[in-house]
Design a binder for this molecule. Structure first.
Ligand SMILES: [Zn+2]
Length: 257
C-alpha cells in the first residue's frame, strides 16, 4: 500500500473514532445524570493546563461520578483482545499505557485500541525503573512516543512511569516534554496474580472508587492475571454505583469545565 493510501485510511479511521466518541458521550451523559453539562468533542485532546503536570486523580464533586479505567504493560496477544471485547460489549472507553517493545510486536492490537475509541499513552519501551542516564531516558520515552504515532497516526501526551516511580529521571523528562504524567488513585492490585482472589480484586476497585478516580489495571501478565474475569464485574459494580467511564483526556477535560 502506498503512503497516500495509508494516510487516507488513517484519516477515515480517525474520523470514525472521533464521531463514535462524540456520539457515545452525548448519549451517555444525560441518561446517567452527571451534573455538569459536558461537551467533550475530542477524546484525545489533553487540556493545556495539565501539560507537564502529575495527575493521580481529578478532583470532582461527589455528584460527578466520572472515572477512568487504565491498563498498563500491553498490548499482549492473550489478554488485550479479551479486554477490548469486554470494553466494546460494555461500550466504555479506556486508556492503555503501552510498552514500546510490545506495541512493536503487536501493532494491530494497538490499532484496534484506537479503532475502538480508546486512548493510548506512553509507558516507556522496556519498563525499566532504575535510575538511567539521560540518553537512555530519552530513548525509552521518545522511541515509544514515535512508535505510537507511527502505528496509530495519533500523538500521545500521556505518560505513565513504570511502577509509578517518580525519582529515576523518567518523570522529569516527561514533564519537560510537556506530557501529562498520569499516576493512579485506585490500584486494582491485579499485579498480585495468584496472590489475590477474584473477589478481592473486584472489591479493591469498588471500595476505593471515588469521583475523578483513575484506576490502575494491567492487560498483560499471562494466566495469573484475573483482570479478564474481574473486569465485567468491576464495570457493572461501578455502573450500579452511578459511575460513568471516561478516557483520561476526557476526565481531564471534565475538571477544566
Ligand atoms: Zn507497568
Amino acid at each position: 500500500m502506498g503512503m497516500g493510501k495509508v494516510l487516507w485510511w488513517r484519516r477515515i479511521l480517525l474520523s470514525i473514532t472521533a464521531a463514535v466518541g462524540v456520539l457515545l458521550i452525548n448519549l451517555v451523559i444525560p441518561v446517567k445524570g452527571v451534573t455538569q453539562l459536558v461537551q467533550l468533542q475530542d477524546s484525545l485532546a489533553v487540556p493545556d493546563s495539565f501539560r507537564g503536570s502529575i495527575v493521580r486523580r481529578v478532583p470532582l464533586s461527589s455528584a460527578n461520578k466520572a472515572i477512568a479505567l487504565t491498563f498498563d504493560d500491553g498490548p499482549s496477544p492473550d489478554i488485550t483482545p479479551q479486554v477490548l471485547s469486554i470494553l466494546k460489549e460494555k461500550n466504555i472507553p479506556a486508556t492503555f499505557f503501552v510498552l514500546g517493545q510490545n506495541l512493536k510486536k503487536f501493532p494491530h492490537i494497538g490499532q484496534q485500541m484506537l479503532a475502538d475509541g480508546h486512548v493510548l499513552g506512553n509507558h516507556t519501551w522496556h519498563h525499566w525503573y532504575h535510575r538511567m542516564r539521560e540518553f537512555i531516558i530519552a530513548r525509552e520515552i521518545e522511541s515509544t512516543a514515535k512508535l505510537i504515532s507511527q502505528v496509530t497516526g495519533v500523538r500521545t501526551n500521556l505518560f505513565r512511569p513504570p511502577y509509578g516511580h517518580r525519582y529515576n529521571g523518567l518523570v522529569d523528562y516527561a514533564r519537560k516534554r510537556k506530557d501529562v504524567v498520569v499516576l493512579w488513585s485506585v490500584d486494582s492490585e491485579d499485579w498480585r496474580g495468584q496472590d489475590i482472589s477474584l473477589e478481592e480484586l473486584v472489591e479493591q476497585v469498588l471500595t476505593n472508587a471515588e469521583p475523578g478516580a483513575i484506576v490502575l489495571m494491567h492487560d498483560s501478565g499471562g494466566d495469573d492475571n484475573k483482570i479478564v474475569q474481574a473486569l465485567p464485574k468491576i464495570i457493572d459494580g461501578l455502573s450500579d454505583r452511578g459511575y460513568i467511564f471516561f478516557s483520561v483526556p476526557q476526565l481531564l477535560q471534565l475538571e477544566e469545565q
